[in-house]
Design a protein around this ligand. Structure first.
Ligand code: AMP
Ligand code: MG
Length: 425
């Protein structure tokens, strides 16, 4: 486990007062040590979990050559002439049953999708391609070639081959694949636990009466939502007022219970509060000004309590900045902590429907609404007011327009990258 000082020394030109978004991820990948504890769980419980070791297939899928269609199976050696081929139907092969015996020249077998290809037969002509007269079929020339409509043993997965790799997050397709291998359980890393709390004297909890100058806490709810989507266990430690004793108790409680701690608020430059001081006192923490918008101030490090170490993410207070810094930095870092691979955000390109002002030298994340233009291309417009406290912009948006570090002003019609909020699965 490296200290903040050691990591800082590894990074050339590291400047905590002007750190780029890319550099932040590099720093965090050195800070986070993946967990090692694993458990065996049932496949239905494994959605979103991270594989702790490669899964080697104990069987071949499919286990036999089989038919991909309902039709007639025959030996393609008979496909010789340009004439229609006439074959006598001598039986039926159903899915799930073998068909014993062999066929002679001039014979074929009615076969159902998924049925084992009987010995000596290599081709299936679909039902709809043939004319049936009594117990014979006429197969027009040219409708099938040798090997058509036959699925090969092991064409999905061959016995002894790796089917899934360690570090892979299990999605719906992977669950199905595990089941197709006949595996009732799978070895995954244990779930990580993430504790979070909001800080600030002006922050109201739900149920508190409104009062002048105070705002209701929204950060715990967006953080809860994003953590839950990530598949971690959450520990909600509420709103902590700007009092040293209460902050200390919250940090110690969080570090004792969790693998990572997420706070919001109290890390900006002009803060007259105790959050930063308490982070400094209890942990090994770096305080950054990140070259980005929104979300400039952020603290990261580690807090140790009772022999346990928790990674700390001290996010800014502004609600949009919390979500953006989570998506850009915390999410990939937590994926590593979970034993997985940080997923590169899938960026799609869209044409900007408006001119965007952008200064090179910082990364900007604008809330975007992507839609399909009349000519079929993707177009993106902003949600309007890009203030870092305008949480409704995150609700209206379906993605973040990512204006990269070196990028300058965007003209109408220019292509921009968008990090979409939703994937298909
Ligand atoms: P800070 O970084 O603590 O100076 O907070 C920046 C801004 O975000 C201030 O306007 C805070 O009132 C606001 N803020 C901080 N925490 C929260 C929260 N949990 N929910 C909503 N707004 C917050
Ligand atoms: Mg504050």
């Amino acid at each position: 486990m490296k200290s903040i000082e050691q990591i800082a020394a590894e990074l050339q030109g590291y400047d905590p007062q002007a750190i780029s978004a890319e550099r932040v991820n590099d720093f965090l990948s050195r800070l986070v040590t993946p967990i090692t504890a694993t458990e065996d769980i049932g496949v239905f419980d494994a959605l979103g979990r991270v594989l702790a070791r490669d899964v080697i297939s104990p069987i071949s899928v499919p286990p036999h050559d089989n038919s991909a269609m309902d039709g007639f199976a025959f030996d393609s050696a008979q496909l010789r002439t340009a004439e229609p081929l006439r074959l006598r139907v001598v039986g039926t092969a159903f899915a799930g049953k073998g068909w014993p015996g062999r066929l002679a020249d001039g014979e074929c077998l009615k076969i159902m999708t998924g049925a084992i290809m009987p010995a000596g037969l290599d081709t299936v002509v679909p039902l709809e391609f043939v004319k049936q007269e009594g117990d014979t079929i006429a197969l027009p020339a040219g409708v099938v070639s040798a090997g058509d409509n036959r699925r090969l043993l092991g064409e999905d997965i061959m016995a002894g081959q790796p089917a899934l790799r360690q570090g892979q997050t299990l999605g719906p397709a992977a669950l199905g694949l595990l089941a197709s291998l006949g595996l009732p359980t799978v070895n995954v890393f244990r779930r990580i636990r993430v504790a979070y709390f909001s800080t600030g004297d002006e922050i109201l909890s739900l149920g508190d009466a409104p009062r002048e100058g105070a705002v209701y806490d929204s950060n715990r709810y967006t953080v809860f939502g994003m953590l839950t989507r990530l598949g971690v266990d959450v520990v909600d430690l509420g709103v902590v007022p700007d009092k040293p004793a209460q902050l200390e108790a919250a940090f110690r409680d969080a570090a004792a219970k969790a693998d990572a701690i997420i706070t919001s608020g109290g890390v900006s430059m002009g803060e007259a509060d105790h959050t930063k001081a308490m982070m400094k006192q209890l942990g090994d923490v770096a305080f950054w000004r990140i070259a980005m918008r929104p979300g400039r101030p952020m603290a990261v490090g580690r807090i140790v309590e009772g022999g346990r170490s928790a990674v700390l993410f001290g996010l800014p207070g502004n609600p949009v900045a919390v979500m953006v810094t989570f998506l850009a930095f915390v999410r990939p870092a937590l994926q590593r902590l979970m034993g997985g691979v940080a997923s590169e955000p899938v960026l799609l390109q869209a044409r900007s429907a408006e001119a965007l002002r952008k200064k090179p030298g910082r990364t900007e994340y604008q809330r975007g609404i992507v839609s399909r233009a009349a000519d079929g291309s993707l177009s993106v417009r902003t949600t309007g007011n890009q203030g870092s406290g305008v949480l409704s912009s995150m609700v209206q948006a379906n993605g973040l327009i990512v204006l990269h570090h070196n990028q300058g002003n965007v003209a109408v019609g220019d292509a921009v990258d968008v990090m979409m909020f939703d994937g298909a699965i």
